[in-house]
Write a protein that binds this ligand. Sequence first.
Ligand code: GLN
Length: 559
Amino acid sequence: MKYVFVYGGVFSGLGKGVVTASIARLLKASNLRVSVVKIDPYFNYDAGTLRPTEHGEVWVTWEGVETDMDLGTYERFLNQRIGGNCNLTSGKVFGEVIEDERKGKYLGRTVQLIPHVVEKILEKISEAAENSDVVVVEVGGVVGDYENIPYLLAARLAEMGERNDVIHVLVVYFPIPPHLGEMKTKPAQHAIRQLFSHGITPDVVIGRAPVPLDGVRKEKIERTTGIPRERVISLPDLKNIYEAPVYLKEEGITEVFRERWGLPDPKLSDWEERLRRMEDPDDEVRIVIAGKYVKIGDFELPDSYVSILEALKHAWAETGVRPEVTLLDTRELDERVLLDADGVIVPGGFGATGVEGKIRAVQLARENDIPFLGLCYGMQLAVVEFARNVAGLEGAHTTEVEGNTPHPVIDVLPEQAEVLGKGLYGGTMRLGEYAAHLIEGSLARRVYEGSGWYEEAESLEEVFREREELYRMGKTEKPFIFERHRHRYEVNPRYIHTLEDAGLVFSGIHVRYDGVPLVEFVETPDHPFFLGTQPHPEYKSRFERPSPVFVSFIRAASR
Ligand code: GLN
């Protein structure tokens, strides 16, 4: 097993996730089987209970594990499924050590950070990297944090196996204080020395800064730390994160892989073709995301919708149509901006904040023939809107917001509540991939035709059968596709007929093992593009394999 460890220096939020993903993509392009592991040194067991406004979006893996959003970055870059066990937290590591101790695994011995916790870390990394040639490990936080010391010790332990099998990469910031106007190297020097103090010598230093590092700075690092200047690599702010692998390659990072591991030059021709289409778009469309934007102090975090923003970029790279995105707050909906849009997205969400504005956004898009995409909550609210304004079900709502609504068109199904309540599905939400059959002649069917999604579903079904997760298919008719879910509420099956009679089309259905139909896709005919998805197609969109839903939506917006 080969390892690349990626550390951060000076402060977090440097784009370490993008660097990790880029390195992984380059190694894959050199024909290695690659795994990626994200280490979060906090003591939560997983990210499911973290506030999205603080930590960004909650990512959901294919098997339904809620993780840090960096796993999403890896999947989008690597174009392969990244499992939930690729997110390692201190909660998991220490939890297991304590469990082992209780089981008597360490009988008679004192259980300690060294060697027991450190060995457990390496064990968990190898578990996650099963069947790979190399694992790229991103250590969360920055060197100098108390919390990540055990992981630095683990990296050193890996190196004690075989120095040549391990490459250490430090991603570090080079500030340019405005009152000096000069790039300073001292914080980077200190970060490098911090790594030294843990017995780790970085093989590569990646310099993050607004602009590329010049020869003077690289030489300064060489003189003060002994890291050769050609191993000090620039990664300035890029306007498009997908340029990062190409940039790093041109800066010479793959030289290290060649020298150390004899790897061939990575080929990224399709990747570069997609970058060219983004660089030189044929058309531009205005896309409004009508959502809830919570402020923390004076700052807003658009990270809560990162998968949607990335899926739009992937569609851009595929179609050459550039989406210009406006984030519109539905607590005070500006209807003019909405009516000006070429396409409207109502994203996923929870609770009552801004909900009437979201419903109004659906109505405006529906009545004015503006291409519309409702994702999860957005789809549920599209059903509410249709029930109220077309089917004449006054006061229709989701019971998530209005428990006493006369028409609970969106509700927690009693049996679903029971099953979820018993914990039979792992959590209290429907999480991970579920099958959906798409009705012939529907927009949903046209969207997925020829996308490769049916083929993917076949291989995924095999995996789920092996894992004995038959409920993920239920009794759903074939052909079906799989998309990823994260929700608690469903379209109430009692209203399906009434809404159908009023003209709503339920174009994607998952048939639960007991025969109850769960609605996956809705649409209205006689509209250029009006699609609601109970799953989140944005979770499966990748740079080299964009989501067909987003591609079709962008094409419709461009028409
Ligand atoms: N709040 C809704 C539910 O729980 C939708 C969730 C979402 O959009 N992810 O069903």
